[in-house]
Ligand binder design. Structure first.
Ligand SMILES: [Zn+2]
Length: 274
Protein backbone atom coordinates (compact mmCIF):
# COMPACT_ATOMS: atom_id res chain seq x y z
CA UNK A 1 0.00 0.00 0.00
CA UNK A 2 1.34 3.45 -0.90
CA UNK A 3 2.19 5.91 1.82
CA UNK A 4 -0.70 8.17 0.81
CA UNK A 5 -3.18 5.26 0.97
CA UNK A 6 -1.92 4.27 4.39
CA UNK A 7 -2.40 7.80 5.66
CA UNK A 8 -5.93 7.97 4.21
CA UNK A 9 -6.81 4.66 5.86
CA UNK A 10 -5.31 5.87 9.10
CA UNK A 11 -7.25 9.16 8.97
CA UNK A 12 -10.60 7.54 8.32
CA UNK A 13 -9.90 4.96 10.99
CA UNK A 14 -8.96 7.70 13.45
CA UNK A 15 -12.25 9.51 12.79
CA UNK A 16 -14.37 6.40 13.18
CA UNK A 17 -12.56 5.37 16.34
CA UNK A 18 -12.96 8.86 17.68
CA UNK A 19 -16.72 8.84 17.08
CA UNK A 20 -16.94 5.44 18.71
CA UNK A 21 -14.91 6.67 21.64
CA UNK A 22 -16.99 9.80 22.13
CA UNK A 23 -20.14 7.66 22.13
CA UNK A 24 -18.79 5.12 24.58
CA UNK A 25 -17.13 7.75 26.75
CA UNK A 26 -20.45 9.51 27.17
CA UNK A 27 -22.05 6.26 28.31
CA UNK A 28 -19.32 4.70 30.39
CA UNK A 29 -17.04 7.57 31.36
CA UNK A 30 -14.13 5.80 29.73
CA UNK A 31 -11.79 8.77 29.80
CA UNK A 32 -11.98 8.99 33.57
CA UNK A 33 -11.75 5.29 34.31
CA UNK A 34 -9.07 5.77 36.96
CA UNK A 35 -11.24 8.29 38.78
CA UNK A 36 -14.10 5.80 38.98
CA UNK A 37 -12.11 2.98 40.58
CA UNK A 38 -12.89 2.24 44.20
CA UNK A 39 -10.11 3.04 46.70
CA UNK A 40 -7.87 0.02 47.12
CA UNK A 41 -4.53 -0.87 48.72
CA UNK A 42 -1.81 0.36 46.37
CA UNK A 43 0.35 -2.71 46.90
CA UNK A 44 -1.02 -6.16 46.22
CA UNK A 45 1.48 -7.50 48.72
CA UNK A 46 1.32 -6.20 52.28
CA UNK A 47 5.03 -5.43 52.41
CA UNK A 48 6.98 -5.59 49.14
CA UNK A 49 10.66 -6.34 49.72
CA UNK A 50 12.13 -5.80 46.24
CA UNK A 51 12.05 -3.02 43.65
CA UNK A 52 12.80 -4.44 40.20
CA UNK A 53 13.83 -2.04 37.45
CA UNK A 54 11.75 -2.55 34.30
CA UNK A 55 13.71 0.11 32.39
CA UNK A 56 16.29 -0.33 29.66
CA UNK A 57 19.28 2.03 29.67
CA UNK A 58 18.93 4.75 27.02
CA UNK A 59 21.90 5.44 24.75
CA UNK A 60 22.36 6.77 21.20
CA UNK A 61 22.34 3.25 19.75
CA UNK A 62 19.12 2.13 21.43
CA UNK A 63 16.95 0.30 18.84
CA UNK A 64 14.03 2.37 17.50
CA UNK A 65 10.79 1.68 15.65
CA UNK A 66 11.89 3.51 12.49
CA UNK A 67 15.48 2.33 12.68
CA UNK A 68 16.79 5.90 12.93
CA UNK A 69 18.77 7.29 15.87
CA UNK A 70 16.31 8.95 18.25
CA UNK A 71 18.51 9.94 21.18
CA UNK A 72 21.41 12.40 21.12
CA UNK A 73 23.54 13.50 24.08
CA UNK A 74 25.92 16.41 23.88
CA UNK A 75 27.85 18.09 26.70
CA UNK A 76 26.90 21.71 27.39
CA UNK A 77 29.18 22.23 30.38
CA UNK A 78 32.11 20.04 31.42
CA UNK A 79 33.75 19.85 34.78
CA UNK A 80 37.29 20.41 33.45
CA UNK A 81 36.41 23.71 31.78
CA UNK A 82 33.20 24.83 33.48
CA UNK A 83 33.38 23.36 36.98
CA UNK A 84 30.43 21.01 36.51
CA UNK A 85 28.90 18.54 34.09
CA UNK A 86 25.63 19.14 32.25
CA UNK A 87 24.40 17.66 28.97
CA UNK A 88 21.88 18.55 26.32
CA UNK A 89 19.50 15.75 25.38
CA UNK A 90 17.65 15.65 22.08
CA UNK A 91 15.23 12.81 21.65
CA UNK A 92 12.00 11.58 20.17
CA UNK A 93 9.26 11.04 22.73
CA UNK A 94 8.82 7.38 21.84
CA UNK A 95 12.25 5.91 22.45
CA UNK A 96 13.74 3.68 25.12
CA UNK A 97 11.36 2.32 27.76
CA UNK A 98 8.55 4.81 27.20
CA UNK A 99 4.91 5.78 27.55
CA UNK A 100 2.32 6.01 24.76
CA UNK A 101 -0.20 8.55 26.08
CA UNK A 102 -3.76 8.62 24.66
CA UNK A 103 -2.82 11.75 22.66
CA UNK A 104 -0.29 9.71 20.66
CA UNK A 105 -3.07 8.12 18.55
CA UNK A 106 -6.04 10.42 19.06
CA UNK A 107 -6.85 13.97 18.13
CA UNK A 108 -7.89 15.13 21.57
CA UNK A 109 -6.74 12.41 23.96
CA UNK A 110 -4.92 13.15 27.18
CA UNK A 111 -1.27 14.10 27.07
CA UNK A 112 1.33 12.32 29.16
CA UNK A 113 1.14 15.16 31.70
CA UNK A 114 -2.57 14.49 32.15
CA UNK A 115 -2.17 10.86 33.21
CA UNK A 116 -3.25 10.69 36.84
CA UNK A 117 -0.96 9.45 39.59
CA UNK A 118 -3.55 6.79 40.42
CA UNK A 119 -3.12 5.36 36.88
CA UNK A 120 0.65 5.18 37.24
CA UNK A 121 0.66 2.81 40.24
CA UNK A 122 -1.08 -0.38 39.15
CA UNK A 123 -1.50 -4.05 39.96
CA UNK A 124 0.69 -5.76 37.35
CA UNK A 125 -0.60 -8.69 35.32
CA UNK A 126 2.20 -10.53 33.48
CA UNK A 127 0.98 -12.67 30.57
CA UNK A 128 3.74 -15.04 29.52
CA UNK A 129 3.67 -15.88 25.78
CA UNK A 130 7.36 -16.81 25.57
CA UNK A 131 6.66 -20.36 24.47
CA UNK A 132 4.81 -19.36 21.29
CA UNK A 133 7.00 -16.29 20.66
CA UNK A 134 10.12 -18.49 20.73
CA UNK A 135 8.89 -20.34 17.66
CA UNK A 136 7.11 -17.43 15.98
CA UNK A 137 8.39 -13.85 15.96
CA UNK A 138 4.96 -12.70 14.69
CA UNK A 139 3.15 -14.14 17.74
CA UNK A 140 0.37 -12.05 19.28
CA UNK A 141 -1.13 -12.01 22.75
CA UNK A 142 -4.72 -13.21 22.19
CA UNK A 143 -7.93 -13.49 24.24
CA UNK A 144 -6.98 -17.16 24.83
CA UNK A 145 -3.75 -16.01 26.52
CA UNK A 146 -5.76 -13.66 28.75
CA UNK A 147 -8.19 -16.50 29.47
CA UNK A 148 -5.32 -18.78 30.49
CA UNK A 149 -3.97 -16.10 32.84
CA UNK A 150 -7.43 -15.61 34.40
CA UNK A 151 -7.89 -19.39 34.85
CA UNK A 152 -4.58 -19.60 36.69
CA UNK A 153 -4.67 -16.35 38.66
CA UNK A 154 -8.27 -15.12 38.94
CA UNK A 155 -9.86 -11.98 37.54
CA UNK A 156 -7.73 -9.15 36.18
CA UNK A 157 -7.70 -6.58 39.01
CA UNK A 158 -9.38 -3.19 38.56
CA UNK A 159 -6.87 -0.53 37.53
CA UNK A 160 -4.38 -3.13 36.28
CA UNK A 161 -1.50 -2.80 33.87
CA UNK A 162 -1.48 -5.92 31.68
CA UNK A 163 2.01 -6.74 30.39
CA UNK A 164 3.05 -9.03 27.54
CA UNK A 165 6.13 -11.09 28.37
CA UNK A 166 7.38 -12.36 25.00
CA UNK A 167 11.01 -12.71 26.01
CA UNK A 168 12.00 -10.03 23.48
CA UNK A 169 13.77 -7.93 26.10
CA UNK A 170 16.79 -10.21 25.83
CA UNK A 171 17.28 -9.08 22.21
CA UNK A 172 17.56 -5.37 23.04
CA UNK A 173 21.26 -5.15 22.17
CA UNK A 174 20.97 -6.82 18.77
CA UNK A 175 19.24 -6.67 15.38
CA UNK A 176 16.73 -9.26 16.58
CA UNK A 177 14.93 -6.57 18.60
CA UNK A 178 13.60 -4.96 15.38
CA UNK A 179 14.03 -8.16 13.38
CA UNK A 180 13.46 -6.42 10.03
CA UNK A 181 13.30 -8.61 6.93
CA UNK A 182 14.76 -7.75 3.52
CA UNK A 183 11.63 -5.81 2.59
CA UNK A 184 11.90 -3.78 5.80
CA UNK A 185 8.94 -5.37 7.62
CA UNK A 186 9.64 -5.98 11.29
CA UNK A 187 8.85 -9.20 13.09
CA UNK A 188 8.31 -9.08 16.86
CA UNK A 189 5.36 -9.96 19.11
CA UNK A 190 2.59 -7.62 20.29
CA UNK A 191 -0.99 -7.53 21.51
CA UNK A 192 -3.78 -8.76 19.23
CA UNK A 193 -6.58 -6.19 18.97
CA UNK A 194 -9.11 -8.82 20.05
CA UNK A 195 -7.21 -9.13 23.34
CA UNK A 196 -7.15 -5.38 23.97
CA UNK A 197 -10.84 -5.15 23.01
CA UNK A 198 -11.52 -7.86 25.59
CA UNK A 199 -9.64 -5.79 28.18
CA UNK A 200 -11.67 -2.69 27.19
CA UNK A 201 -15.01 -4.45 27.30
CA UNK A 202 -14.63 -6.89 30.19
CA UNK A 203 -12.07 -5.37 32.59
CA UNK A 204 -11.09 -2.03 34.10
CA UNK A 205 -7.50 -2.22 32.88
CA UNK A 206 -5.83 1.19 32.59
CA UNK A 207 -2.57 0.28 30.80
CA UNK A 208 -0.89 -2.34 28.67
CA UNK A 209 2.85 -2.93 28.46
CA UNK A 210 5.10 -4.80 26.04
CA UNK A 211 8.73 -5.92 26.06
CA UNK A 212 8.95 -5.08 22.33
CA UNK A 213 9.04 -1.86 20.26
CA UNK A 214 5.27 -1.60 19.79
CA UNK A 215 1.92 -2.43 21.38
CA UNK A 216 1.00 -3.85 17.95
CA UNK A 217 3.08 -6.73 16.61
CA UNK A 218 5.94 -5.74 14.31
CA UNK A 219 4.21 -6.72 11.07
CA UNK A 220 1.11 -4.66 11.78
CA UNK A 221 0.22 -2.24 8.98
CA UNK A 222 -2.95 -0.80 10.55
CA UNK A 223 -1.82 -0.24 14.19
CA UNK A 224 -5.18 -1.63 15.28
CA UNK A 225 -4.19 -1.78 18.96
CA UNK A 226 -2.80 1.76 19.03
CA UNK A 227 -5.92 3.10 17.25
CA UNK A 228 -8.36 1.47 19.67
CA UNK A 229 -6.57 1.30 23.03
CA UNK A 230 -5.17 4.84 23.20
CA UNK A 231 -8.28 6.70 21.97
CA UNK A 232 -10.20 4.86 24.71
CA UNK A 233 -8.26 6.94 27.25
CA UNK A 234 -5.82 4.19 28.20
CA UNK A 235 -2.06 4.33 27.91
CA UNK A 236 0.73 1.97 26.92
CA UNK A 237 4.33 1.26 27.86
CA UNK A 238 6.78 -0.05 25.27
CA UNK A 239 10.27 -1.60 25.53
CA UNK A 240 9.72 -2.77 29.11
CA UNK A 241 12.66 -4.73 30.59
CA UNK A 242 13.01 -7.60 33.05
CA UNK A 243 9.40 -8.83 33.06
CA UNK A 244 10.76 -12.38 33.31
CA UNK A 245 11.85 -11.62 36.88
CA UNK A 246 8.26 -11.02 38.00
CA UNK A 247 5.43 -13.27 39.17
CA UNK A 248 2.40 -13.61 36.87
CA UNK A 249 0.32 -11.90 39.54
CA UNK A 250 0.95 -9.93 42.73
CA UNK A 251 3.52 -7.31 41.65
CA UNK A 252 2.76 -3.58 41.57
CA UNK A 253 4.10 -1.43 38.73
CA UNK A 254 5.17 2.18 39.31
CA UNK A 255 5.43 4.19 36.12
CA UNK A 256 7.57 7.33 36.34
CA UNK A 257 5.98 9.04 33.36
CA UNK A 258 7.40 12.44 32.41
CA UNK A 259 5.01 15.32 33.08
CA UNK A 260 5.49 17.24 29.86
CA UNK A 261 2.62 19.54 28.86
CA UNK A 262 1.24 18.38 25.51
CA UNK A 263 3.59 15.38 25.41
CA UNK A 264 2.35 12.34 23.49
CA UNK A 265 4.50 10.09 25.65
CA UNK A 266 8.08 9.93 26.72
CA UNK A 267 10.83 7.86 28.27
CA UNK A 268 9.96 6.65 31.75
CA UNK A 269 11.69 4.96 34.66
CA UNK A 270 9.48 2.00 35.48
CA UNK A 271 9.67 -0.25 38.53
CA UNK A 272 7.85 -3.25 39.92
CA UNK A 273 7.49 -3.73 43.64
CA UNK A 274 7.40 -7.41 44.62
ZN1 LIG B 1 3.47 2.86 20.56
Amino acid sequence: MCHHCVMETVKSRMLSRRELFIGSAAVAGVATLAATLAPRPLFAQAAPTRAIDLTHEIHPGFPTFDGQQQFFLEPKYEIASDGYNLNYWRLEEHMGTHIDAPLHFSEDGRSVAELEASELVCPLVVVDIREKADGNADAQLTPDDLGAWISANGDIPDGACVAMLSGWGRHVDGDMFRNADEAGAMHFPGFHVEATNMLLEQTRTVAIAVDTLSLDHGQSADFAVHYSWLPAGRYGIECVANLEELPASGATIIVGAPKVRGGTGGPARVFAMV
